[in-house]
Ligand binder design. Sequence first.
Ligand SMILES: [Zn+2]
Length: 164
Amino acid sequence: MSSGKTFTEGRAREIVFERAGFQCEVRIPGVCVGGVTYHHRKLRGQCPKPDLWRPSNALAACGSGTTGCHGWITGHPARAYELGWAQLRTNEDPAKKKAWIWSNNYLGFGWFLLDDRGDLTRLWDVAEPTGVAVGGVLMRNTVGGARYRLVDGTPTDQREARAS
Ligand SMILES: [Zn+2]
């Protein structure tokens, strides 16, 4: 919760980029170009002011509005919402909306809750997303050792048990 605390833009950027280890947290294979920009999960133009610079409302994402993971998110709003990356509703608490991201601490993908201190809580019991619209590329969960194919709009069961 925001608990009435408002963050400055500068402090929010510090917290989010440190959380991410100054690396992209979205990491869409074949899309990610590295480097980070500050990405708002609630669109800036629609974001209530108290949420605007809450670290829980942000991801470190590579690219720009048209390139890299940031660009992919912009171009795939529905899927980006399902994965907790963007398009959060005005009245949603970003600290309660899980996101499928890469964690620099866990060195893997997972569902996480983001708080305003810059900490991540891993949701181990939530099933990994399937049929993720990321253009038919493999995203690897290095924590579980599982691989799964991400096919644009197509549910898939092509998970490979092989952990390599
Ligand atoms: Zn990226």
